[in-house]
Design a protein around this ligand. Structure first.
Ligand code: COI
Length: 361
C-alpha cells in the first residue's frame, strides 16, 4: 500500500466551459502523480503534486534511447454521479509486461491501481459530465538516469497525468476511412509490437502523415515479413466481420507484434458471450478484399481505450477499395459500442465485473 503525499495546487485552473469542444488529450488537469525509482530504494516517494514541467538531466536515458512506455485508461462519471474505472488491473499488468521487455523494474500492480484511483479522486471535478466524454488517464514511465552508454537506466519516474477528453476522432462515432500501409511496418517478430512503448508510435508517424494527407484517418498495418496479414490500426486494434464470423489479429501478452488491447480483449469476451465465433489469428488483406468483392465483408471496426469502438467505412489497399456497410455503422459495431459505453458510464449493469469504483463525484 502506497503512502501517497498530496500537495494541492494554490492556483486551480478553470474547468473547460464547453465539454463538446474538448477533443482528445489537449487539456490537462491541476495535478499529477509521481513516484521515483532507484536501485537502492526501489519505487519510493509516491506523491500527487501540482501539474507542471519536469526537471530532467539532458542526458537522461529516455531522451536518447527511448526507454519509456505508457498506458491509456479512462475514468467515467455515471448518472448517479459516481466515478469509476474500467479494468484498471489489465493496464497494470500490461504495463509490467512492457516494463519487462524494456528492462524497467516491475511496478506492483496494486500500487499502479492505487495511484490511478488516488489521482482520479483528487481530480474528480475534472471528470466530464457530458455523454461520451471522460477523463483520459495517461500513466507512463521514463528512464531518468544521466548516461549516454546504451544500458538500462537505474532510475525512473512513474507519472500519471489526466486529460478531460471527448471522442478520439474529430468525427466522433462517424465511420472512418483507412489506408492499408504496404511499405512501412510498425513491428516485427521479436520486437516491441506487443508493448506500449512510445517508439512503436514514433515509427508510425510517417505513414500516418502520408495517409492523413490523402484524407484517411488512420493506417492499417500489415505484418513486417510478408506485407500480407493485417495487424492493427494506428491507435486501435481492428476486427473484421466476414460471413458472420469475427476475425482479429492474435495479440500475445508477452510477445508478438500486436498490442493486446484491453478493449480488444473485452470485445472478444462479449462477442463470445453473445455466441459469435471469434478467430484470433492471421487474416490476409487479400482475403478481406476478396470478401468485400463477394459481398461477405459485413462490418469492420477498430477498438481502443481512446477510440472505444470505431466503425470503418472504407479500406483502400493498393488500387482496390472495400466499401463497408454502405458507409453506415454496422448493427454489431453499434451493439458493441452501446454495451461497452453502457457499462463504462454505468448505464448498463456490470455483468462482467469490469467496473472498479473510485469515489463519489
Ligand atoms: C489508447 O487508446 O488509450 C491509446 O493509448 C491509443 C493512443 C491514443 C495512442
Amino acid at each position: 500500500m502506497l503512502d501517497i503525499k498530496i500537495t494541492k495546487t494554490a492556483a486551480p485552473k478553470a474547468k473547460p466551459a464547453d465539454e463538446s469542444k474538448l477533443g482528445f488529450g489537449k487539456v490537462f488537469t491541476d495535478h499529477m502523480f509521481i513516484m521515483d525509482y532507484n536501485a537502492g530504494q526501489g519505487w519510493h516517494d509516491p506523491r500527487i503534486v501540482p501539474y507542471g514541467p519536469l526537471s530532467l538531466d539532458p542526458s537522461a536515458v529516455v531522451f536518447h534511447y527511448a526507454q519509456e512506455c505508457f498506458e491509456g485508461m479512462k475514468a467515467y462519471r455515471t448518472a448517479e454521479n459516481k466515478i469509476q474505472l474500467f479494468r484498471p488491473e489489465c493496464n497494470a499488468r500490461r504495463m509490467n509486461n512492457t516494463h519487462e521487455r524494456l528492462c524497467i523494474p516491475q511496478l506492483p500492480e496494486e500500487d499502479f491501481v492505487q495511484a490511478v484511483k488516488a489521482i482520479v479522486e483528487v481530480e474528480k471535478d475534472w471528470v466530464p459530465h457530458s455523454e461520451g466524454a471522460s477523463l483520459y488517464i495517461r500513466p507512463y514511465t521514463i528512464a531518468t538516469m544521466a548516461q549516454l552508454g546504451v544500458h538500462a537506466s537505474t532510475s525512473y519516474k512513474f507519472i500519471i497525468i489526466c486529460s478531460p477528453s471527448g471522442a478520439y476522432y474529430a468525427a466522433g462515432l462517424a465511420p472512418i476511412d483507412i489506408y492499408v500501409e504496404d511499405t512501412y511496418v510498425r513491428a516485427c517478430p521479436g520486437g516491441t509490437g506487443f508493448t506500449k512503448c512510445g517508439g512503436n508510435y514514433a515509427v508510425s508517424l510517417l505513414a500516418g502523415q502520408k495517409a492523413e494527407k490523402k484524407g484517411y484517418s488512420q493506417v492499417l498495418w500489415l505484418d513486417s515479413q510478408e506485407r500480407k496479414y493485417v495487424e492493427e490500426v494506428g491507435a486501435m486494434n481492428i476486427f473484421f466481420k466476414i460471413g458472420g464470423k469475427l476475425y482479429t489479429a492474435a495479440a500475445e501478452d508477452r510477445d508478438g507484434t500486436v498490442l493486446p488491447g484491453v478493449t480488444r480483449r473485452s470485445i472478444i469476451e462479449l462477442l463470445r458471450d453473445w455466441g459469435y465465433e471469434v478467430i484470433e489469428g492471421k487474416l490476409a488483406i487479400d482475403d478481406i478484399m476478396k470478401a468485400s468483392r463477394e459481398g461477405k465483408l459485413e462490418e469492420v471496426f477498430g477498438s481502443g481505450t481512446a477510440a472505444v469502438v470505431s466503425p470503418v467505412k472504407k479500406l483502400d489497399y493498393e488500387d482496390q477499395s472495400a466499401f463497408i456497410n454502405d458507409g453506415e455503422i454496422g448493427p454489431l459495431t453499434q451493439k458493441l459500442y452501446d454495451t461497452m459505453t453502457g457499462m463504462q458510464w454505468g448505464k448498463l449493469p456490470d455483468t462482467k465485473g469490469w467496473i472498479v469504483p473510485v469515489c463519489k463525484g
